[in-house]
Design a protein around this ligand. Structure first.
Ligand code: NI
Length: 433
């Protein structure tokens, strides 16, 4: 399908090579899922659909670099708790009751929220990968899926069984453009060193990237120090899990030498400022990481610890928290925050053809209306996106050149059915207070 988005204020990579952004009125031509031109019509281009861009803004879709989509069914049911109580006492017992079908509906609900707030791709860690993949396939969303792996010598065979499930799902669904896979050792405190090495071995054998949680809370640091005499980063590095295709969520409690290891290995850190603040884990030292050359991407984490998947709010918090605690107004500027939430997320999931509006990139695009009081006067469009927008401005979203939401209507998802199914799940597993 050929789509023309005509005369729209467009967020573009700046012409300089410094990685900046600019906003200019352009016409954007989408052909067979790819951005064909941002200037003139390509030869012979006949649009099947034309969108009038007047009064609107076009941006690349966000890449949510760390989430657990299904956990949307656990929204607002485990709040105001410290991390270990939240995870072990409240969340894990509820997760034990979730079926594959529950995962399908929970993930579909998450995809609705992501589309509604401008996210076009996400990196997920959960289980029942077949059901997660079905939800992604049916909705038209783009996702990287990874089965959370827990294992070690205290539960022989369990880790290997989960690893087999992860590999089976990868073998079944591989080769699709919108769905890809990583291997996901859950965390250093849920995977012992031997199991971490097994996962690293399989990742290398299958040429799969790694998705993991590292150094999220203080308890983890003490646990790993007591057991191994090192930091979480040092442990996972010696197990062979840290490479330039590793996405490490959180990295809140890290030392200077941890940061050097991450920079040397080329690890991407998926920072989750709202979840880290809400679970009282702290603030990741991302300015130090960026100065050391570590790539930073942005994630919301699951809706059970955020409690939204809204990347606009995440960008705002990302920018202002690091200004505040570092007394540094330039640490995460609006331009940096937007780049972290789009292009850096795309690079984190191995896509150099995503996250920027330029010819040759996939057409994962978001149209916002500027016709709302918080977006007027617009003045600086990049500032407006990071500091003023809240996601309600998102009007139309396409993934791979296919429109999934138009004028806030979902075209591939029956939202009433999703709300109904999710409500039944909540009744059954007991999330209501
Ligand atoms: Ni997480």
């Amino acid at each position: 399908m050929n789509i023309l988005i005509e005369n729209i204020l467009t967020i573009l990579p700046a012409k300089d090579s410094a990685g900046g952004l600019t906003a200019e009125v352009r016409s954007v031509y989408v052909k067979s899922g790819v951005i064909a031109s941002v200037t003139e019509a390509p030869d012979g281009f006949v649009p099947d659909k034309t969108i009038n861009g007047s009064g609107k803004l076009l941006m690349p879709g966000f890449v949510n670099a760390h989430t657990h989509a299904t956990m949307s069914v656990l929204r607002n049911c485990a709040d105001d708790l410290l991390f270990n109580e939240w995870l072990f006492d409240r969340i894990m017992p509820l997760e034990d009751k979730l079926t594959g079908e529950d995962n399908y509906w929970g993930t579909t609900l998450a995809i609705m929220e992501m589309l509604r707030t401008g996210t076009t791709a996400y990196l997920d860690m959960y289980y029942f990968l077949d059901d997660l993949a079905r939800a992604v396939e049916d909705s038209g969303m783009r996702a990287v899926l990874s089965r959370g792996l827990i294992g070690g010598s205290d539960d022989p065979g369990a880790g290997e069984y989960r690893l087999r499930e992860a590999i089976d799902a990868y073998e079944k669904w591989k080769g699709r453009d919108r769905i890809s896979f990583m291997l996901a050792p859950h965390a250093p405190y849920t995977c012992d060193e031997g199991f971490q090495r097994e996962v690293a071995f399989e990742a290398k054998r299958l040429n799969l990237p790694i998705n993991t949680h590292i150094s999220e809370g203080l308890v983890e640091i003490d646990t790993i120090r007591d057991k191994y005499g090192c930091t979480s980063i040092e442990l996972m590095d010696r197990a062979g899990l840290l490479t330039d295709r590793t996405v490490a969520a959180h990295c809140v409690q890290v030392t200077d030498s941890d940061i050097k290891i991450m920079a040397d290995r080329g690890v991407t850190v998926a920072t989750n400022p709202v979840s880290n603040l809400k679970l009282a884990n702290g603030v990741a030292p991302i300015l130090k990481m960026m100065n050391a050359g570590v790539r930073i991407a942005l994630g919301t984490d699951g809706a059970a610890s955020n409690n939204t998947l809204n990347m606009f709010r995440e960008m705002t918090v990302l920018s202002i928290i690091h200004k505040g605690i570092n007394h540094d107004a330039f640490g995460v500027t609006a331009e940096k925050a937007l780049t972290i939430a789009t292009k850096n997320g795309a690079l984190a999931i191995g896509r150099s053809d995503m996250g920027e509006i330029k010819p040759g990139n996939v057409a994962d695009l978001v149209i916002l209306t500027l016709d709302s009081p918080n977006m007027q006067p617009l003045n600086n469009p990049i500032s407006a996106l990071v500091y003023s927008a809240n996601g309600s401005e998102v009007e139309t979203v396409m993934v791979d050149g296919r429109i999934l939401m138009e004028n806030r209507e979902f075209l591939t998802i029956d939202s009433d059915r999703v709300y109904h199914e999710v409500s039944k799940i909540c009744d059954r597993i007991g999330t209501r207070s």
